[in-house]
Ligand binder design. Sequence first.
Ligand code: G1P
Length: 289
Amino acid sequence: MKKIKKVVFPVAGLGTRFLPATKASPKEMLPIVDKPLIQYAAEEAVNSGIKQLIFVIGRTKNTIIDHFDSAPELESELINKKKTALLKIVQKIVPKNVDCIFVRQNSPAGLGHAIYCTKNIINNDPFAVILADDLIKSQTPCLKQMIDIYNDKQSAVLALEKINKKDADKYGIVEFQSKEKNIYDIKSIIEKPSPKAAKSNLGVVGRYILPANIFDYISKLKPGTSNEIQLTDAISSLLNNHNIYGYEFDGARFDCGSKIGYLKATVEYAIDHKEVSKDFKKYLKNIKI
Ligand code: G1P
């Protein structure tokens, strides 16, 4: 049985929902309290046993490469000033036994296209995908929960959340034939259907475990919704020959690609943040709305 050791982070999107903040900086570098979204995603992967972080980046995303690289000037400055706690924070962004690989997506042609750019790095291994703007706060990392299901079922796994049906056109929506607790045996999947056409209120959120042959299905796709190569369409063809499970994970998900989701995440993470928690809670109690 092949273990899940590789994760793909598609981070080439333009982040238009967050302009002007994302005009010159990647949306994945927006911080929640003091850590960029992409670092939360990388930590979730590493804490789930992943050894290779594969970033699919676009032209304006070079600060993501810098963030995961060493920073010799900064580090020697922190050493000189004996700021050891800060030095540790900077040095532990990528653990020593984990590799970072960066691939360029030369046109923003959709999520399926972004994933396809990693074909030769993934080779024949099953792999995970994390969309960093879906931030998930949980006791056990969401990806770890999904890997446990993958290990048990030996099939593709998609993270699911019950959504408001009127928002169906923002998600991949699944239909299922049976369920066992919070694991759904998926029958069909459609990218961003109208609320009327949606077959359920179960939306896919940004975590996937996929077999390597997903690349064969992506390579046969024509542009779909929004004229993009959609991962959802490849998953839909994969369903013809494979079981795919949907998993309603334990945890809270914040859509940090939207302003309201980002603000909610900031509040929730600040409440739990060692350094600011006490003062922030005090502030929240006295705030006038
Ligand atoms: C993508 C996927 C969609 C999924 C969503 C989760 O859409 O295409 O199926 O439900 O992520 O966040 P996007 O939000 O990139 O438009």
